[in-house]
Design a protein around this ligand. Sequence first.
Ligand code: CP
Ligand code: NVA
Length: 308
Amino acid sequence: MTRHFLDLSDAGGDAVAAMLADALDRKGARTGWPKGKVDADAPLGGRILGMIFEKASTRTRVSFDVAMRQLGGSAIVMDAGTTQLGRGETIADTARVLSRMVDAIMIRTGDHAKIEELAHYATVPVINGLTDASHPCQIMADLLTLIERGHALPGLEVAWLGDGNNVLHSIIEAAGLMKFNVRIAVPQGYEPDPRWAEAANASGARVTLTRDAAEAASGANVVVTDTWVSMGQDHADDKLAAMAPYQVDPALMARAAAGATFLHCLPAHRGEEVTDAVIDGPQSAVWDEAENRIHAQKSVLRWCFGQL
Ligand code: CP
Ligand code: NVA
């Protein structure tokens, strides 16, 4: 069966743990190497990843390209607007054609149904590089970063501040798989889709929702936020006003547990969801988190090819 990585649950908790262990090992094995040097075992030698972007990206496009090079393979980046997909060629036909030309497909798009349709028609693995619903590759990098910082995932208290968006959905999904807890502080009307929390709570995580940022942050081991306006959304003044009490600033971080880690998937809107003092401060792991996109995705790719 073709292994798609549309969400973390496509792999499951054991495979996520195996990917994280593999990512740590492989990262350690190439310490100090030039970024383009191929890993000693070149496990994806001869493989090509095709990447389709229907939305902007810096980290996802560069980290997947570098990941493929380090694994001994290569990547082709397509901006959807310059492909026939952008002129109305169907997802199904695009899937059929790309499956004859590349060994795996990564897509960043809006509607999650589109990636499901692509996976349905593709005969090669399809990887979610962000949809409006979820961003599982980001959360693989986040989990790797937390482990590196000495956090044990089971029982971890993670506080999410701000908008109930795609990144939060994947954090909630990860909580269910890896058995940690998420305290969500979001304004009225900007809650995450409740189905993610229902599934996580049913599998032993504790996902709670409050309107009070300080309450969510109190004693948390991890504080996470993201942009208040995701790609494809309007810069509505009423939304920005509603989000203002959820800014992560030093006073909020001071409420978290000693040794708490700050995460942000980036790009950040400094002065909105996070202040400079926090993102540039000693508790921030955001640059490791960004680099770890490479290492985590190498293991996701290996899992897709049945190597993990
Ligand atoms: N975090 C993330 O996915 O960044 P890009 O939008 O730059 O890919
Ligand atoms: N929630 C953000 C994440 C960007 C990486 C967005 O969808 O724009």
